[in-house]
Design a protein around this ligand. Structure first.
Ligand code: PLP
Length: 397
């Protein structure tokens, strides 16, 4: 009999979004007249910017003519886009070569696929609270997972611990869900730790475009020594509204080698075996993000979400609620008032003010007692949610 990958049986049920949807559905059925405001989702609400749409349309037209039509794209990415992305890094002072950039269909796909590069016996080290895919992708691969709980006390950016070694280390900065960021000094400690121990860091930079403070690295390759111990996974989903359009990129330095194997060469081999490249049309749209006009336009959209963050942070400040994030990230991670756990706070917000967020428990055990607001909603909804939240917090505190 065919034996399936039995590791799937080891996955914890992904109740989180299902349970949220069920609760909201039940509430709506009982109270059809109530307007529910959703600050839970991690999806964007603004459309693609003008430069991207123009480029996408132009690419569609090219596909309509025999003389400009494109068939298969190179598996590792179209040269025009690999160069554009490498130039973007180089302009920021990070010297990587075009062929160290790989174009992907998004960070999620890549976070799963990249595990092909690692032996099953490697352990994976996840700093929690964390984006759930890090744990689940490694459970599916049958890997041992080492959880490192972070906390408000260390700003959700813990230092490495020589007692807790691992082969694959996940670092997400700016972080989903906590919104916390690793400074250059903090990240340097992890880079040194990884080089010392021969580990590889998988650096998730999906939210780098939201960084506004100095001394916060946008790329791990701003840190000395990272070229020999890190892979960076990035995405245009939140940077430029590509959640439904799908485009990302991964940087694998040629200097990253273990056991005399080059991760860059292995990834070329992997891509040429397992993909036939990302759509020409989408790659054209993606390249427009990196033009001056594209950068200006995406920054306007990011500024919109940041204003949403300010509106919510103002209420939390006024009510004395502790939180992280909101400044360099589109998420606000707050300590639930009155010692409530995340689900109890969820119920309170839904029942009393019809605001939906995400309970911290969904991001690892140490997320208990915390709650995540996303700032990707509309301005109107955010303003109204902030007003309702203020009234509720004043009443209960
Ligand atoms: N990494 C983090 C930390 C995320 O929060 C997300 C999406 O929410 C992703 C990766 C996946 O992004 P993509 O849309 O590129 O698959």
């Amino acid at each position: 009999m065919t034996k399936p990958n039995m590791n799937y049986a080891n996955l914890k049920d992904s109740y989180l979004f299902f349970r949220i949807a069920q609760k909201v559905k039940n509430y709506s059925a009982l109270h059809p007249d109530k307007k529910i405001l959703r600050l839970g989702i991690g999806d964007v609400s603004l459309p693609l910017c003008k430069s991207v749409i123009t480029a996408l349309n132009g690419a569609v037209e090219e596909q309509a003519e025999k003389s400009t039509f494109h068939g298969y794209m190179p598996e590792c990415g179209a040269p025009f886009l690999r160069q554009t992305i490498a130039d973007f890094y180089r302009k920021r002072g990070v010297n990587i070569a075009d062929d160290e950039v790989f174009v992907s269909s998004g960070a999620s796909d890549e976070l799963g696929d990249i595990l092909d590069l690692f032996d099953k016996e490697n352990s994976a080290f996840v700093i929690e609270p964390a984006y759930p895919a890090y744990v689940d992708a490694n459970v599916i691969a049958g890997r041992k997972i080492i959880h490192l709980a972070s906390s408000m006390e260390n700003g959700f950016t813990p230092d490495p611990d020589e007692e807790k070694k691992a082969d694959i280390i996940y670092i997400c900065s700016p972080n989903n869900p906590t919104g916390a960021v690793f400074t250059k000094e903090k990240l340097k400690k992890w880079v040194d730790f990884a080089n010392r121990n021969g580990s590889v860091i998988l650096f998730d930079a999906a939210y780098e475009a939201f960084i506004e403070e100095d001394n916060i690295p946008h790329s791990i390759f701003e840190i000395d020594g990272a070229l020999t111990c890190a892979i960076e996974i990035c995405s245009l989903s939140k940077t430029a509204g590509f959640t439904g359009t799908r485009l990302g990129y991964t940087v694998i330095p040629k200097a990253l080698r273990r056991f005399n194997m080059s991760f860059n060469e292995m990834w070329v081999r992997n891509r040429t075996t397992k993909t036939n490249g990302v759509s020409f049309i989408i790659q054209k749209g993606g390249a427009a993000v990196f033009t001056d006009e594209g950068q200006k336009e995406i920054k306007e959209n990011i500024a919109y979400y940041k204003e949403n963050a300010k509106i919510l942070m103002r209420v939390l400040d006024e009510c004395g609620i502790e939180y992280t994030g909101g400044v360099n990230a589109p998420y606000i991670w707050l300590k639930c008032p009155k010692g409530l756990d995340g689900w109890a706070f969820f119920d309170l917000l839904l029942n009393e003010i019809q605001v939906v967020g995400t309970p911290g428990e969904g991001f690892g055990d140490c997320g208990e007692g915390f709650f995540r607001f996303s700032t990707f909603g509309s301005r109107e909804d955010t303003l109204e949610a902030a007003d309702r939240l203020k009234s509720l917090l004043r009443e209960i505190l």
